[in-house]
Design a protein around this ligand. Structure first.
Ligand SMILES: [Zn+2]
Length: 414
């Protein structure tokens, strides 16, 4: 009985710590009184947790705020240099690696272009390893201060004793990516599908508030989606939910890179759009991105370009209409580098097509918006995976925290 009671007290302390840390993280800076009001914990309980977080260097005192005639209250904030996280985007046209501090401020980044037609596993692994080394060197960060690395993959991630990646469109069949990277780094690794990491970034942007049903749509060379319901991402039986790009929109339609015909990706993916326009095959990431931008810019004067984009908006609206009918989201967020380029011009036409291709009642409940996070959404979202573990208390502390910020003299404990 004694043992059980001690366990319960420990659990309670751990829960209080998670609640206080998350509350401060998403509403910073704040006083102990603010944290008490936000969490429902007593000021004494908050003070106990805050003392622990100050001693560990996770939280720092940054100033005072007036309190309606009472004595000033100490303002608390997160210490950005307590630890770091890294996000990796294995995109179809480039590998991007971003280093963030504990407040998710970018500190360093590295990019390696990929040939859109080739995704040689060994080259991808080498580029990720080089990227990790480069961002740590550029940021002046000791690897021991890194909490973890999140990696966004354009394929299905099978989470098991050994993480396997299935990328049917680029001929990756059960690639043991984690094992291959272990030859190059000892940092903790998390893997997730690119569209899901983008959804994760959108969740993060909601600053801890519950996001009810949201569909995040990722359009680059390929096409994916992430379905979020009540602050969690729908995973499906094998972590593969929302392979939206490979849903059929045209009977006996264009051949898709997955081997099927008529998939949405075969009409609205950047590679497919350029192919439908008759553009020559692209040789590099820069080519694909600049050619799509040129096609969109040409639509004002070129009826052929305008017609391809009008059809693209139509197909994309069909795909989004299907998502609305199936999932009944309150928001559909259009992102990915190509999604942002297309949406800037085509959003009204995409909305109109989605309206025609979904049930009136469901369409009326859904907004269709452009993502606010830009092309870095995948690395940001990937990096939030280890950060989420840290805030949930499910992550080891960094082996050595570099440049711990000096705490102000603690004049007030409550
Ligand atoms: Zn397909």
């Amino acid at each position: 009985m004694q043992h059980r009671r001690r366990g319960t007290v420990l659990d309670l302390r751990r829960e209080n710590r998670v609640v206080v840390l998350q509350s401060l993280y998403f509403s910073r800076p704040g006083s102990r009184q603010d944290l008490s009001a936000a969490t429902g914990l007593s000021v004494a309980s908050v003070t106990k947790v805050v003392r622990e977080l100050l001693d560990e260097g996770i939280v720092t005192e940054v100033g005072w705020e007036d309190s309606d005639g009472g004595r000033p209250r100490v303002l608390l904030d997160i210490n950005p240099d307590y630890g770091y996280v890294i996000g990796v985007d294995i995109g179809e046209t480039r590998i991007r690696v971003d280093l963030f501090d504990l407040t998710m401020t970018e500190r360093a980044k590295a990019e390696f272009p990929l040939d859109p037609a080739e995704h040689e596993v060994d080259e991808v692994v080498r580029d990720i390893a080089s990227g990790l080394t480069a961002v740590l060197a550029d940021g002046g960060i000791d690897p021991a201060a890194v909490l973890g690395v999140g990696i966004g993959v354009p394929g299905i991630v099978e989470q098991g004793p050994e993480v396997l990646v299935h990328g049917q469109t680029y001929r990756w069949d059960a690639v043991p990516l984690e094992r291959l990277l272990r030859d190059h780094t000892a940092l903790p690794l998390r893997f997730e599908n690119c569209a899901k990491t983008m959804g994760q970034a959108e969740l993060w942007g909601c600053a801890g508030r519950c996001t009810r049903n949201t569909a995040v749509v990722l359009i680059g060379s390929g096409v994916g989606a992430s379905l979020i319901s009540c602050c969690s991402t729908c995973q499906g039986t094998t972590s593969s939910a929302a392979e939206w790009g490979h849903t059929t929109v045209v009977l006996e339609g264009r051949r898709c890179r997955c081997g099927s015909a008529g998939c949405l990706e075969a009409y609205v993916g950047a590679e497919a759009i350029l192919d439908r326009f008759g553009s020559p095959a692209v040789a590099s990431a820069e080519d694909e991105e600049s050619m799509l931008a040129e096609l969109i810019a040409a639509a004002d004067s070129s009826p052929a370009a305008d017609a391809v984009l009008a059809k693209t908006a139509e197909y994309l609206g069909i795909g989004i209409g299907n998502l609305i009918n199936l999932f009944n989201p309150e928001r559909v967020i259009l992102g990915g580098w190509a999604g942002l380029l297309l949406g800037a011009r085509l959003l009204p036409a995409i909305r109109e097509s989605a309206r025609r291709n979904s049930l009136r009642h469901l369409f009326a409940a859904a907004s269709i918006e452009l993502g606010q996070l830009g092309p870095e959404a995948v690395t940001f979202g990937a990096a939030t995976l280890p950060m989420e573990d840290f805030l949930n208390g499910a992550c080891r502390p960094p082996l050595r925290s570099r440049r711990a910020a000096p705490a102000m003299q603690r004049r007030f404990e409550s």
